[in-house]
Design a protein around this ligand. Structure first.
Ligand code: SF4
Ligand code: ZN
Length: 312
C-alpha cells in the first residue's frame, strides 16, 4: 500500500477517495478537506473567533486541533453532563488536550450551575437522555458563544454523523429537521452562527488524525447512547459503504446540493419570542432548556435533594 502523493509506505486507505496516504500526506489531506468544507459552505472567515464544542472524544478534539492548525482563533467549551464516570473521563481528556496545547477551555457544569444532570433530566422529562442532553448543549453553547462575542460555534459532526442523521430524517420524512440539516446555520437574533467543519471527513479519519497527532481522546461511547436509533442508522450506512465506497458522501452531499435548497430557510425559524426566564429565542413562553431546569430541579426538590442556586 503506497501513499498516493509520495509513493512512500501508506498508513491509511480511504476507499471512497480510492487513495492511500502516508502519515504526512494523510494529515495534509485532512487539513485540505476541512479547509475545503469551510470555504465551500462559507463557514468561517480568516481570523474568526471560533468556540469549539468539545466533548473529549476524537471528533471534537480533532476539530479543535485542525482549526488551530489552520490559523483560527479557537477556544473550547466543555459541558459537564453528569453522566457518571463517562463525564468524569471526558472532562479529563478535554482539559488535558487544552493544557498540552496551551488553549483556553471554558467549562460549564450542569449540576453545579443548573442543579440537574442528564440522567435526572431524562427521568423528569420522561424523554430519552439524548433529548435533554441535546437541548442543554444547544442552549448553553449558543449562550456561551453570544456572551463571549464569538463569530461561530463549531461542532465536531463528521460525515458519518451527518449521513446517519439525514438517513433517519429521510426515513421519517421529517421535513422540519431536513430543512435545518445544513453544515452551516447563519447567525440570527439570539443565535450564533453554527458550523460543522468536519463534514468532509469520516469518523475513521478523525480517529486517525488524533492518533497521528498524539491526541488522547475518550474512546468509550456515552452509556446513554445504547439502543439509540442513530447508531442503527450508522451501522446500516456502514454496511452499504463497505460494499459501495462513496455512497455515504454522495447521499449527504447530493442532498445538500439538490434537496436542501428546496427548503425555504425563512420559514424554518420565524415567529420566535424571548424566553420569560432567560431571554433566549423560543416559540413558547419558556424555552426548552428552562423547562428542563424547572422540571428536573422540581423533581429533585420533591425528593429531598437540595436545589442549587441558578445564575441565569
Ligand atoms: Fe448526550 Fe446522548 Fe450524546 Fe450521551 S449519547 S452525550 S446523552 S446526546
Ligand atoms: Zn429560557
Amino acid at each position: 500500500m503506497k501513499c498516493r502523493v509520495c509513493r512512500g509506505p501508506a498508513v491509511i486507505d480511504i476507499p471512497r477517495h480510492n487513495a492511500n496516504f502516508c502519515a504526512e500526506h494523510f494529515l495534509a489531506h485532512c487539513r485540505e478537506q476541512v479547509r475545503k468544507a469551510i470555504s465551500q459552505f462559507a463557514m468561517l472567515a480568516p481570523g474568526d473567533r471560533v468556540l469549539v464544542a468539545v466533548s473529549g472524544g476524537k471528533d471534537s478534539l480533532a476539530l479543535w486541533d485542525v482549526l488551530v492548525d489552520l490559523g483560527y482563533d479557537a477556544e473550547g467549551v466543555y459541558l459537564g453532563l453528569g453522566i457518571g464516570e463517562y463525564s468524569d473521563e471526558s472532562g479529563a481528556f478535554a482539559r488535558a488536550f487544552a493544557a498540552t496545547r496551551g488553549l483556553k477551555l471554558r467549562e460549564i457544569d450542569l449540576r453545579e450551575e443548573y442543579g440537574f444532570d442528564v440522567p435526572g433530566a431524562a427521568r423528569a422529562m420522561r424523554r430519552v437522555p439524548c433529548s435533554a442532553c441535546g437541548t442543554s448543549k444547544r442552549h448553553l453553547f449558543d449562550a456561551a458563544a453570544l456572551d463571549g462575542g464569538f463569530d461561530a460555534v463549531a461542532t465536531g459532526h463528521n460525515l458519518d454523523d451527518e449521513a446517519a442523521v439525514l438517513f433517519g430524517n429521510v426515513l421519517h420524512w421529517d421535513t422540519a429537521y431536513l430543512g435545518r440539516q445544513l453544515p452551516v446555520l447563519p447567525a440570527r437574533p439570539g443565535f450564533p452562527k453554527k458550523v460543522k467543519p468536519l463534514v468532509r471527513l469520516a469518523e475513521r479519519e478523525t480517529a486517525a488524525w488524533c492518533v497521528l497527532r498524539g491526541i488522547d481522546y475518550q474512546v468509550e461511547e456515552c452509556p446513554m447512547a445504547a439502543g439509540n436509533s442513530h447508531l442503527g442508522y450508522k451501522e446500516a450506512l456502514n454496511g452499504i459503504e463497505s460494499s459501495s465506497p462513496g455512497t455515504k458522501a454522495h447521499f449527504y452531499f447530493a442532498f445538500l446540493d439538490r434537496i436542501a435548497p428546496l427548503f425555504d430557510q425563512r420559514e424554518v425559524r420565524d415567529g420566535l419570542g424571548a424566553c420569560r426566564e432567560c431571554g433566549a429565542p423560543t416559540t413558547g413562553e419558556v424555552c426548552a432548556f428552562c423547562r428542563i431546569v424547572e422540571r428536573a430541579t422540581r423533581v429533585q426538590v420533591s425528593t429531598g435533594t437540595p436545589r442549587p442556586g441558578r445564575d441565569r
